[in-house]
Ligand binder design. Structure first.
Ligand SMILES: *[C@@H]1O[C@H](CO)[C@@H](O)[C@H](O)[C@H]1NC(C)=O
Ligand SMILES: *[C@@H]1O[C@H](CO)[C@@H](O)[C@H](O)[C@H]1NC(C)=O
Ligand SMILES: *[C@@H]1O[C@H](CO)[C@@H](O)[C@H](O)[C@H]1NC(C)=O
Ligand SMILES: *[C@@H]1O[C@H](CO)[C@@H](O)[C@H](O)[C@H]1NC(C)=O
Ligand SMILES: *[C@@H]1O[C@H](CO)[C@@H](O)[C@H](O)[C@H]1NC(C)=O
Ligand SMILES: *[C@@H]1O[C@H](CO)[C@@H](O)[C@H](O)[C@H]1NC(C)=O
Ligand SMILES: [Fe+2]
Length: 473
């Protein structure tokens, strides 16, 4: 039906427009939007260890917990990791591209660790290098006894208009809700090609003695995705595993043994902060739980890293961290403040497009705002609209056992564009150097439903106001 030509619908449109005008005025007074979507609040429980998602692959010394991540700066290498439990076995990866029958071998390394009274399996890490861009590769691990085969697709060569789709998941854990989040991500028709994971993986540390068996079960749970597409890792507070009461005083011990990242490729000296380029994006990973004050290694690294970003090569500048710099929930309130004070001026100076964080177990998206004018005497401490500033997104709503953050500061601050306490994931779909489509997907909806969305305009190539808060004249 042609709505515009029908007089009956015409008058309805006027009424609807009028109502929207009133509604919108209310929203503007209130700052952004707090979704009224109601979700039952309950304690989340981890899936029992005998759940299907934790099944141990059959066969003697069969590789389990297989996972991949980018293995170099540009996407021509992949780090393949897996665990064997019966004996050390082979650290070799056999791989071949779908266009060629020639099979190659890459040699990895083997690590183990002890944590209190837990002894890890044999953890293998192998970097497969010199891959062709934009190519499907098959790979096989467990070459000594029971081998298992997987595949991945390398990213296209880096370039300013290369489309690429990132998924965003944070604070996942291993509850029934976590399984829903992962399932929704997998079945989302927007089809993420790589996950940007904003920290807090297994939540094993919520168990007595940080029962590391839950690190293993988490590895088996997410294998169904991360064995086939890279997840880019960020360290969260649940990766610290610092427990002096049981003699565990090396921070990040389980995390660093299990998850390797290509930090040296970006001249980083620690695996907690690093960057990668992928397609048309430059992704900087920061650590909320490593020193970042002035003169520290992380601070120095970031100071030298930001000027290296060439927006002609990679127009999209994305920053990942665990603790959000802007957060209007009453959980972890202002925990990101010290890092904001140090790094926000750089984010504005270098026109970061978007900062993704986790930590708060809910969802929130900000306006483009900055709060960098303040010094100790001028009193200028209110966030202001700033088209050079990033959008800040909290996506800590993966669904872990600690449950949802539902308590919000009231009224909603002006800078907060949308917030909702529901579990879900997001998709950042780069179209070209000027446009990226972003959407947030809650677990209660159908796979294709966008509960929040925004067209991102690139800060270097199309720095117009892309706020979703409409004004009506
Ligand atoms: C580790 O210690 C805890 C508490 O003493 C105990 O319940 C558990 O069975 C032990 N685990 C192993 C692998 O020995
Ligand atoms: C997890 O999700 C998958 C895919 O939807 C499903 O096959 C599986 O049964 C689920 N497992 C649990 C324990 O909920
Ligand atoms: C930035 O990248 C473009 C495209 O790859 C290249 O032509 C240009 O020389 C680079 N600029 C600098 C300063 O490296
Ligand atoms: C961007 O647009 C929104 C909505 O129209 C407006 O509230 C905001 O002030 C604008 N930002 C700037 C920096 O002009
Ligand atoms: C919400 O958080 C505030 C500030 O921490 C606290 O005073 C209040 O009691 C909390 N409300 C609920 C319902 O937990
Ligand atoms: C970039 O993508 C947007 C959104 O798909 C599209 O509207 C625009 O025309 C594209 N720009 C170019 C130069 O193709
Ligand atoms: Fe956290």
């Amino acid at each position: 039906m042609d709505l515009q030509k029908s007089p009956r619908f015409g008058s309805r449109i006027v009424i609807v427009a009028f109502l929207l005008l009133i509604l919108n005025a209310a929203l503007l007074c209130n700052g952004g939007k707090t979704s009224s979507f109601f979700r039952k609040v309950e304690n989340n429980v981890d899936m029992p260890l005998d759940s299907d998602v934790f099944a141990i692959p059959s066969g003697y010394n069969a590789p389990q917990q297989v996972h991949i991540t980018q293995g170099d700066l540009v996407g021509k290498a992949v780090i393949v990791s897996w665990v064997t439990v019966d004996e050390p076995g082979s650290s070799l990866v056999r791989y071949w591209s779908e266009n060629s029958e020639e099979k190659k071998l890459a040699e990895g390394e083997l690590v183990t660790y002890r944590y209190f009274n837990y002894t890890s399996g044999f953890i293998h890490h192998c970097t497969v290098r010199n891959l062709e861009f934009n190519t499907k590769y098959y790979y096989e691990v467990g070459l000594d006894h029971t081998s298992r085969q997987f595949w991945f697709i390398t990213p296209p060569e880096i370039g300013p208009d290369v489309p690429y789709t990132f998924g965003l998941i944070g604070d996942l854990g291993q509850t029934f809700d976590s399984n829903m989040t992962l399932t929704h991500y997998e079945l989302n028709p927007r089809k993420g090609q790589t996950v940007l994971f904003v920290g807090d993986l297994s939540y094993a540390d919520d168990y007595p003695n940080h029962d590391n068996v839950r690190w293993d079960s988490w590895g088996r749970f997410v294998e169904r995705s991360v064995a086939y597409q890279p997840w880019i890792w960020t360290a969260g507070n649940h990766e610290i595993d610092f427990a002096p009461e049981i003699g565990e005083t090396t921070p990040f011990k389980p995390y660093t043994h299990r998850y390797h990242v290509p930090y040296r490729a970006s001249q980083s000296t620690e695996p907690f902060w690093y960057s990668i380029k992928r397609a048309s994006a430059y992704i900087i990973v920061l650590s909320s739980y490593s020193a970042y004050g002035k003169y520290t290694p992380q601070y120095q690294w970031l100071e030298e890293e930001l000027p290296k970003v060439n927006r002609t090569e990679t127009p999209w500048l994305i920053v990942l961290m665990h603790s959000p710099l802007y957060n209007s929930y009453n959980y972890h309130y202002m925990e990101g403040e010290t890092m904001r004070v140090l790094f926000e001026p750089w984010f504005v100076q270098y026109k970061v497009d978007v900062v993704f964080a986790g930590h708060v177990h809910a969802y929130e998206r900000s306006e483009r705002i900055s709060n960098v004018a303040y010094n100790i005497v001028n009193g200028l401490c209110t966030p202001v609209n700033d088209l050079s500033a990033p959008v800040y997104i909290t996506i800590g709503d993966g669904g872990n056992l600690e449950g949802l953050a539902t308590n919000m500061t009231e009224p909603q601050p002006e800078y907060s564009s949308f917030r909702e306490a529901s579990f879900g994931h997001a998709i950042f779909e780069i179209k070209n150097r000027t446009h990226a489509h972003y959407s947030w997907h809650r677990n209660q909806d159908g796979y294709a439903v966008e509960a929040d969305s925004m067209w991102f305009f690139n800060r270097r190539w199309f720095p117009l106001n892309d706020s979703t808060t409409h004004t009506w004249n």
